[in-house]
Every structure is written in structure tokens, then in C-alpha cells.
Design a protein around this ligand. Structure first.
Ligand code: C2E
Ligand code: MG
Ligand code: MG
Length: 785
């Protein structure tokens, strides 16, 4: 109950209650009890005195000492509550009395009572009125005039006055106590007000101010007691709350900023499927204002199936396509259910993956289509081919190459070459039925994959293509006339892998080329046998490398005095089954399979050894080593050769390198860099088979050669054929101008030798001087030595 009142009122009330209770207790219990006890005390005390007086009065009576008796009674009369005392005999004669006598008109008592009191042998107290008694104490008997007289001490007692005094004293002390209590209460109330109520009020006001929004509210209460500590704690709490609130506000603001700035659309959907809130990214994504998004049903925004799909798989990233106006939106998003204030909501996160989809599509396109011509690429073709083969059924491959395309590229530039390739692809595309796949495998190689068609159909198509390609192409100002070679193969539905089929088409194409180009050729049993033989040779060559079945033969290049200056190392394969095999037969196989790299290293090492050996024998000879175009595709060729030179202890000046123009075909910066480093090492470079390629002059300009070797087809018809004469003279003049040394190959007779020497070619190689022989059989060694 007290807690319902303010402390300011409850303390005085409490004090008042205590005071009232105190007064009630005093008046109701304490004061009457005190009066009763005081009366009893007084009576007991009076009794004890009266017993003493009884004895001394008896003595005085016996001795007849009346004065002493009088004095005793006088003393007795001065006792509190004793009105009078007298010694009286049973004839009611007063023998002695205290000074105070009876009140006027006062009776000693009624006769009967007095007779009873005076006649008894025992002391007795006879109550007269309230707190008034007549006490009688028997004394010794005396004789007077021979008569026995009974004497009594008779005392009138009245405690009323005395007790009144005691009562008024008690009231006085009660009043004093109450006054004191009141004063104390006032003082306490004052102190309580100052120390507790007012200070708590300060705290309470601060709390109210804080509650009504004043975040700086502080309770300034001095002191070091609990209340000041409470105020201090309150202030600290307010400060802490303020800091927490600032942090909370900051983080809330940050979160809001993040949500606003997030590139991901965020929407809160209520239980009825309506948009409750959305961030700016959502507005941008759907091309709507945030206001128009609010309250919009999510089905209307996303479409019923999408909304259902998102809900059915909560928290999972899913891709959906939404129609936004007339454009489709590719979105990725998730739907997360959550509760707020007991209500169910969904958080929808969405972002546009249109760009990614387009990029993926572009990547897929890049992975499967040729960038230049937009027809399928090799990868796409191989996948489709494997699919069709797995399905079974007939199919044909038609492999097409533009004849001498390289010439166009080299003479008119790559731009024109590219334009031509695009135009060719466009024209070829016209002939591809929907079931066919046209692909560009690289360079000028096109391939038709004809699903469900046999080779007869392919031949029909091939002939139409040949005819179509003969019509000129226009690239800028040039009218380009081209022809093509075609290789055809078919798959009848049994056996054969994709790469085998491609190989067959390639072999057929090769035949079309070797038969003069501008034609088509089909893969047949002869080609199959050749392919089989080639495979066999490949297998045997692998073994040959392992078993070291190769050997080198040496053919000298002689000077004007027919003395060998250099020796060309020519590779031979001593096959256990085939005998001595010409490099013209097996080097293409080594090149096709990449085995040539290992073999070239072996040749180079053997040539170094031989050169060192000849050098040790005093023969000043350089050994010329033929390298394959494939060797030049190794970026570390110079390092490999340097390593072998060092291992064999061969100085670079003992070796020459011969390379054909095909090594420089499609050469990029790395081939040029390899040639530069080979020259740095000190290895002279010779361009072999000069004149049989297409753009020798370009290469001579591009690369720094030490010399060139005129191919033997030019030498063969010297000096009879005027064209050969003109060509060889031309080559020699040009080489002289460029400071290049010239070696003539295939010199078989004296007339050729004479012509060449006469025209300034001083290094000759051919059967006229020596055939290639193993080092041990070289007769010219002795001659040279
Ligand atoms: P090449 O480098 O042009 O070698 C010259 C070829 O002409 C050799 O044929 C040689 O025997 C032949 N020859 C030399 N003088 C005459 C002659 O008076 N009349 C006729 N008819 N032929 C003559 P070979 O040894 O059969 O080599 C053929 C080709 O094989 C070489 O042509 C070269 O391109 C290649 N070759 C040979 N050895 C190697 C090698 O170790 N590595 C590489 N990558 N290719 C090699
Ligand atoms: Mg050579
Ligand atoms: Mg040659």
C-alpha cells in the first residue's frame, strides 16, 4: 500500500502511524498496567512498613511509651497514601494517632465493619472505596482497670491522590516522548526529503527526460552514498545507452546505405505475396519507381510459376526468366522466409544475369564457332562427329583446301586472305543442308560433315563445290580466282573413330593435291593400304628409335679443286625388315608423329662426334646437319643444340645447319628469335632446296642466312635447259649481291660442274664427286688428308 504513495508522503504517514500506535499502546496497555503495578507496589511497601510499625507499636504499648507511640504514628502518617493512623482499643478509644486526623464528618466505618476489624486477631485490609482501604493490625493486649483490652493499629489508606500523581507523571513523559518523536519525525522527514526523496526525484526527472527523447539527460546528484552511486550508474548507463544507440544508428544507417546501394534487388514480400519493401536496385531492375513496386503482388512482378518455384526451394539460388514489359529478364535469385513481429515474410534477392548469360552464350559460340567465318570450329565438328558415330548410320566427310591459298596471303596480305576465307565460307554455306555441318579446321581447311549421306552423294556435292569455287571472289579491288582440292571419305556405320575418319579424309585430300589439285579424291582401298603401311612404319620407327637403328651417311661439298670443304650428314634407317630406308620415305612419318625431334637430336649429336673426330684427324671439315621444320617450333632449340655441342666438345664452327623454307612457313616471332640465337652461338644457317618454295625472296629479306643450296631440280637440266640456266644464273647473281655462299646440289656430271663454276658457284655437291656413304667408307677422307 505504501508503495502506491510517493516517498514524500509515505514517510510522514508511516511516522504518524507509528506515533498513533505508540499512543494507543501507551494509553490502552502501558498506563493502566503501570497504575496497577504502582498501586500493588505501594500496597506491598505499606504492608511491610505496617508490619514493622505493628511490632514497634506493640512494644511502645507494652512499655506505655505513649510519646514514642505517637511519634511512630506521626512517621507512619507521612508515608505516601497514609491518610491517618491510630492505635485504638476494642472499646474504640484512641490511644495514639497521627497528626492527620479524620476529615470532618468522616466515619471510621460502619459499626459492624469496625467491630470485625478491631475484634480480629489477624491484620486485615478492608476496602472502602476504590483505592481506599482501612487496614487493621492487632497489637498487644493491655489491661486497664483489670480489663483486658484488645489494641489495634488502624490505618486509613488512600492511594488515589498518589496514583493520580503517578498517572499525570506518566502522561507528562508520554507527551514529552511524543513531542520528541514528532520532532525526530520532522527532522527525519526533512533529512529524508533532502537526502533521499529530492535526490531520487532528480534521478526520476532525468529518467523522464531520457524517456521523452532527451538523450543527454543527466542526473546530477552529489555525495558518495547509494543514491549518488545510483545516479552515477544511471548517468553511465545513459552514456552507454547513448553510445550503443549511436552505434546502432550508425550500423542501421550503414545497413540502409548498403541495402540502398546494393546492386542486388532486395524485396520483402508479405504473407499475402505483396511487395512490402524494395530497394532502389529492385526499382532499377524492374524499371519501376519504388512507390509503384510497393503493394504489387509478387505474382504480377515475377509471374506465378516463377514465384512458386522460388518459394518451393527456399534459400536456393535459382535462375528464372521474367517478362518485364516486352523484354525478357534473365534473373538469378533466392527466396528466404523469415518472421517479423509474429508475421511471415519472404526476402527475395534477385540480380540480372543477362550479361553473364550473353557472355556464356558468346563463350559457347567462341568455343564452337570459328571467329573469322562464323562456321563451326574443329571442336564443334569433333563433338558432332563423335555424336553421329555413336548413333551409328552412314555419314561422309568432305575435306576441302583452297589451292595455293598461302600465295594469296603472302602476296596480297592477311586482310585479303581473311576476306577470301569469309567469302569462301559464305559460298560453301549455301551448299550445306540443315543436317550437314560446315566447319573450318584452321587456315584454308574446310570440312563438311554430311549426316546420312554416302560418298556418292558427297562426290556430287564436291563437284558442285569445285564448280562454285571457280567463280571469282571479289576482295577490295581484287578479283580472286581460286580452285580447291577435296578429299572425301565415308563411314558406313561400323568401326572407325572420328580421328581415323579425319585422317582418311586428309589422305584423300593429299592424293587430290598430289594428283594436281583442283579436283577431288576419295579414300579407297589403295589409300587404306597406304595408310596401313604408314601405320606399320610408324610402329617400326618407334622401335627403331629405341633400338638405335639409324645411321648417318656423309656426302661432301667440294671446292673448285674438288676438295671437300663441308660434308652433309644424311640420315638412313637400317631396318631389319626393310633394309636401308631413304629419309624421303620415313622422315614425313617421323614429322607427322613428332618423333623427328628426338631423331634430330640424335643426328646432331652424331654429326658433332664425327666432326670432332675428323677435326682430331686433321681434317678441316664442317658437317652440315638437316633440321626439320618441326625442330624450329621448339622455343628452346638453341639451348638444346648448345647443350649437345658442349657435351660433345664440338666447337660451333665445325657445324652448319640446313633448313627448308617450310620451317619458315607461318613462322612467328619465336622462329625468328631461334634463328637469331643460333647465329649468336655461331652456327651458320643455309637455306636448303632453294627455289622449290614459294616466297624464298621474302625469307631472304627477313632472315640472315649464311648461304643457300640450289635444289637439284634446277641443276639437273643444266646447261641444256635455258630456263634452268636463267634461273641458276639469277640465283647466283642475287646471292653474290647479298653476300650469300651458294652450294649446288645434285651435280652429276662435269658439264653441270663446269657451268656452275663458270657462273660463280664454288661449292658443289653431287654423285659426280661422291655418293653419301658411312663415315668409315668415305674414300675422300684419304684424299683430303
Ligand atoms: P637434301 O637435304 O636436299 O639432301 C640432298 C639429297 O640429294 C640427298 O638425298 C642426297 O642423297 C641427294 N643427292 C645428292 N647428290 C645427288 C645427285 O647427284 N643426284 C641425285 N639424284 N641425288 C643426289 P637423301 O639422302 O635421300 O635425302 C633426302 C632428303 O631427306 C634430304 O634432302 C633432306 O631433306 C632429308 N634428310 C636427310 N637426312 C636428314 C636428316 O638428318 N634430317 C632431316 N630433317 N632431313 C634429312
Ligand atoms: Mg640438305
Ligand atoms: Mg637439298
Amino acid at each position: 500500500m505504501l508503495t502506491r504513495l510517493s516517498l514524500r508522503k509515505s514517510l510522514p504517514l508511516l511516522l504518524g502511524l507509528f506515533a498513533g500506535l505508540y499512543i494507543l499502546l501507551m494509553i490502552g496497555l502501558h498506563l493502566p498496567r503501570t497504575a496497577r503495578l504502582a498501586e500493588e507496589d505501594l500496597k506491598r511497601y505499606t504492608e511491610q512498613i505496617l508490619i514493622l510499625v505493628q511490632s514497634s507499636a506493640s512494644d511502645h504499648l507494652r512499655q506505655r511509651r505513649t510519646d514514642e507511640l505517637q511519634s511512630v504514628l506521626a512517621d507512619l502518617g507521612s508515608l505516601p497514601g497514609v491518610r491517618w493512623a491510630m492505635v485504638i482499643d476494642d472499646r474504640q478509644r484512641v490511644i495514639a494517632a497521627s497528626r492527620l486526623g479524620l476529615d470532618p464528618g468522616e466515619q471510621l466505618g460502619d459499626a459492624g465493619t469496625l467491630q470485625t476489624l478491631l475484634g480480629g486477631d489477624r491484620s486485615r485490609w478492608q476496602p472502602l472505596q476504590e483505592r481506599r482501604y482501612l487496614a487493621s493490625y492487632p497489637l498487644v493486649h493491655t489491661y486497664a482497670q483489670g480489663q483486658l483490652l484488645r489494641n489495634n493499629l488502624l490505618v486509613s489508606l488512600d492511594y488515589e491522590q498518589h496514583l493520580d500523581q503517578r498517572r499525570s507523571n506518566a502522561w507528562m513523559s508520554l507527551t514529552q516522548t511524543l513531542g520528541l518523536l514528532l520532532l525526530l519525525g520532522l527532522l527525519l522527514n526533512l533529512l529524508y526529503g533532502r537526502l533521499v526523496t529530492r535526490r531520487l526525484g532528480v534521478i526520476s526527472t532525468a529518467v523522464q527526460r531520457y524517456a521523452s527523447g532527451d538523450s543527454n539527460a543527466q542526473a546530477s546528484v552529489g555525495g558518495r552514498d547509494e543514491i549518488s552511486r545510483l545516479a552515477e550508474n544511471f548517468n553511465q548507463m545513459i552514456q552507454q545507452l547513448g553510445e550503443n544507440q549511436t552505434a546502432l544508428r550508425d550500423s542501421e544507417q550503414l545497413l540502409r546505405n548498403l541495402v540502398s546501394a546494393a546492386p542486388i534487388a532486395m524485396l520483402i514480400i508479405d504473407a499475402d505475396g505483396r511487395v512490402e519493401e524494395a530497394n532502389p536496385a529492385a526499382g532499377r531492375l524492374f524499371g519501376r519507381s519504388l512507390r509503384s513496386l510497393a503493394e504489387l503482388p509478387s505474382q504480377a512482378l515475377l509471374g506465378e510459376p516463377n514465384w512458386r518455384q522460388l518459394q518451393e526451394r527456399p534459400r536456393q539460388q535459382q535462375e528464372i526468366t521474367v517478362r518485364c514489359g516486352d523484354r525478357p529478364l534473365s534473373l538469378e535469385g533466392s527466396c528466404t522466409p523469415f518472421e517479423r513481429n509474429g508475421q511471415a515474410f519472404h526476402l527475395l534477392l534477385l540480380h540480372d544475369i543477362g550479361d553473364r548469360k550473353r557472355a556464356e552464350q558468346r563463350l559457347r559460340h567462341l568455343a564452337n564457332f570459328d571467329q573469322l567465318t562464323e562456321v563451326a570450329n574443329r571442336n564443334h565438328l569433333l563433338i558432332r562427329l563423335d555424336e553421329l558415330l555413336a548413333r551409328g548410320g552412314p555419314l561422309s566427310l568432305l575435306f576441302l583446301n583452297i589451292d595455293h591459298f598461302k600465295r594469296i596471303n603472302d602476296s596480297l596480305g592477311h586482310d585479303i586472305g581473311d576476306q577470301l576465307l569469309r567469302a569462301v565460307a559464305d559460298r560453301l554455306r549455301l551448299y550445306a543442308s540443315p543436317r550437314d555441318l560446315l566447319a573450318r579446321l584452321g587456315g584454308d581447311e574446310f570440312l563438311f560433315l554430311l549426316d546420312g549421306r554416302d560418298s556418292a552423294a558427297a562426290v556430287g556435292l564436291g563437284e558442285r563445290l569445285l564448280e562454285a569455287l571457280r567463280q571469282p571472289f571479289q576482295a577490295r579491288q581484287y578479283s580472286l580466282y581460286i580452285t580447291a582440292s577435296l578429299g572425301i571419305t565415308q563411314h558406313t556405320g561400323r568401326g572407325g573413330t572420328g580421328s581415323e575418319l579425319l585422317k582418311q579424309a586428309d589422305l584423300a585430300l593429299l592424293r587430290a593435291k598430289t594428283e594436281g589439285r583442283n579436283r577431288l579424291a576419295c579414300f579407297d582401298s589403295q589409300l587404306a593400304a597406304e595408310a596401313e603401311e604408314r601405320q606399320r612404319m610408324e610402329d617400326e620407327l618407334r622401335l627403331a628409335i629405341a633400338r638405335e637403328e639409324f645411321e648417318l651417311h656423309y656426302q661432301p661439298q667440294v671446292d673448285n679443286d674438288n676438295r671437300p670443304r663441308s660434308v652433309e650428314a644424311l640420315l638412313r634407317w637400317r631396318s631389319p625388315s626393310r633394309g636401308l630406308v631413304s629419309p624421303l620415305q620415313f622422315i614425313p612419318v617421323l614429322e607427322d608423329t613428332g618423333m623427328i625431334r628426338d631423331v634430330s637430336r640424335w643426328v646432331f649429336r652424331q654429326a658433332c662426334r664425327q666432326a670432332v673426330q675428323w677435326s682430331a684427324q686433321g681434317l678441316k671439315l664442317r658437317v652440315a646437319v638437316n633440321l626439320s621444320p618441326l625442330d624450329f617450333r621448339q622455343p628452346n632449340l638453341a639451348e638444346i643444340l648448345t647443350g649437345i655441342l658442349a657435351e660433345e666438345g664440338a666447337p660451333a664452327e665445325l657445324i652448319e645447319l640446313e633448313l627448308t623454307e617450310s620451317a619458315l612457313l607461318e613462322s612467328d616471332g619465336s622462329v625468328q628469335e631461334t634463328l637469331r640465337r643460333l647465329k649468336e652461338i655461331g652456327l651458320p644457317l643455309y637455306l636448303d632446296d632453294f627455289g622449290t618454295g614459294y616466297s624464298s625472296l621474302t625469307y631472304l629479306q627477313k632472315f640472315r642466312f649464311d648461304g643457300l643450296k640450289i635444289d637439284r631440280q634446277f641443276v639437273a637440266e643444266l646447261p641444256e635447259n635455258p630456263r634452268s640456266v636463267a634461273l641458276v644464273r639469277g640465283i647466283l647473281t642475287m646471292a653474290a649481291q647479298l653476300g650469300l655462299e651458294v652450294v649446288a646440289e645434285g651435280v652429276e656430271n662435269e658439264r653441270q660442274a663446269a657451268f656452275l663454276r663458270l657462273n660463280g658457284c664454288h661449292r658443289l655437291q653431287g654423285f659426280l664427286f661422291a655418293r653419301p656413304r658411312p663415315a668409315a667408307d668415305c674414300a675422300w677422307q684419304a684424299q683430303r688428308a
